[in-house]
Design a protein around this ligand. Structure first.
Ligand code: IPM
Ligand code: MN
Length: 364
């Protein structure tokens, strides 16, 4: 049932930025936009798109990753859909730092939300596990840790070279993420209703001590949520052995990056895994993306799986208040993976990229 709040939201025109990006990014983004058009019609809400040509091609042409004023322009939007970035002719780090990480930081998208759900019909490498076993969510802090770019070289390119790369953790950055994760766990309201902190308190006795203390303190405000702690190495083991144990995980930026690739393969891989870079504050702009890269070798072949990007679109709609539209997409995707697609791997789906997008639209 829509509440009064939902009705107000749907009468306003949503403004969505689209960064198709590199490689197969534009192809998968196109399918997600097709699904958006179909669901907007069914749910009668209106939206406007603003296209941005950021990515490797533009960088090679102009030497610019993000043009002057781009961040301010994006801040005016309600949300952003990102296809993929990464170009074979651009050195590693330039686009990642100059576009993806810069947007995460400057838009203060302090939550990286990565749902891990095995959909019907999707294959997992875990023997004997099915959709009822693989259904958890990772909440990754998204603005601190080793990602801050704090560090440097001393005596570079000499035998005495020193390199430092410092992990930065702040009480504010940690607390807002942990609190959001508790709220999320409460709202998700699964029978487990459990939030697991994943860190490495036995070694990282400063930064992760801050996380541990903050977690304990914030937990007092959520007596209805069960709390739990795993060291990150043990978490990797449990995630493979007993994925059904987890409900919601909250973790630091670097560990979150690593464990969500592991989690991503458990749910069927990069063809289906999606994530959101979320600024949950009022007026914040969030950005949603498939977890996979630009897959240059499949570019332009109409074989890449658009499901992850369609899932990212569902997350975008959920975040912007179009929850019934989001549910509708999620259900349609489950029908398509469960009854139509042969595989989630590029070129093996039994359908082209465009056909998978059409199937989701039909199933809506
Ligand atoms: C991810 C990616 C990025 C990250 C890279 C591309 C900077 O791996 O979104 O998980 O490390 O966060
Ligand atoms: Mn990653």
């Amino acid at each position: 049932m829509p509440s009064e709040g939902d009705i107000v939201t749907s009468s306003k025109t949503m403004r969505i930025g689209v960064i198709g990006g590199d490689g197969t990014g534009p192809e998968v983004a196109r399918e997600a936009l097709k699904v958006l058009a179909a669901v907007a019609k069914l749910e009668s809400f209106s939206y406007e798109l603003q296209d941005f040509d950021f990515g490797g091609e533009r960088y090679l042409r102009t030497g610019e990753v993000l043009p002057e004023g781009a961040v301010d322009e994006i801040k005016q939007l309600d949300a952003v859909l990102l296809g993929a970035i990464g170009h074979p002719d651009v050195a590693p780090g330039i686009l990642e730092k100059g576009l993806l990480l810069r947007l995460r930081f400057e838009l203060d998208q302090y939550i990286n939300l990565r749902p891990v759900k095995l959909l019907p019909g999707v294959e997992t490498p875990l023997a004997g596990k099915g959709p009822e076993d693989i259904d958890f969510v990772v909440v990754r802090e998204n603005t601190e840790d080793l990602y801050c770019g704090v560090g440097g070289f001393l005596k570079k390119n000499t035998p005495d070279e020193v390199a430092t790369q410092t992990a930065v953790f702040t009480r504010k950055g940690c607390e807002r993420c942990v609190r959001w994760a508790f709220e999320y766990t409460r709202k998700r309201n699964s029978p487990k209703k459990m939030l697991t902190l994943v860190a490495k308190t036995n070694v990282l006795t400063y930064g992760h001590d801050l996380w541990w203390r903050t977690f304990q303190e914030v937990a007092k405000d959520y007596p209805d949520v069960k709390t739990d702690y795993n060291h990150v190495d043990a978490c990797c083991m449990w995630m493979v052995k007993n994925p059904e144990y987890y409900d919601v995980i909250v973790t630091t930026n670097m560990f979150g990056d690593i464990i969500t690739d592991l989690a991503g393969i458990l749910q069927g891989g990069m063809g289906v895994a999606a994530g959101g870079n979320i600024n949950p504050d009022a007026g914040g702009t969030s950005m949603f993306e498939p977890m996979g890269g630009s897959a240059p070798k499949y570019t332009g072949q109409n074989v890449i799986n658009p499901i992850a990007t369609i899932n990212a679109m569902a997350m975008l709609l959920e975040q912007t208040g179009q929850t019934t539209a989001a549910d509708r997409i999620n259900k349609a995707v489950a029908v398509v993976t469960g009854t139509k697609m042969k595989s989630q791997a590029a070129g093996k789906m039994g359908y082209t990229t465009e056909q998978v997008g059409d199937l989701v639209c039909e199933a809506l």
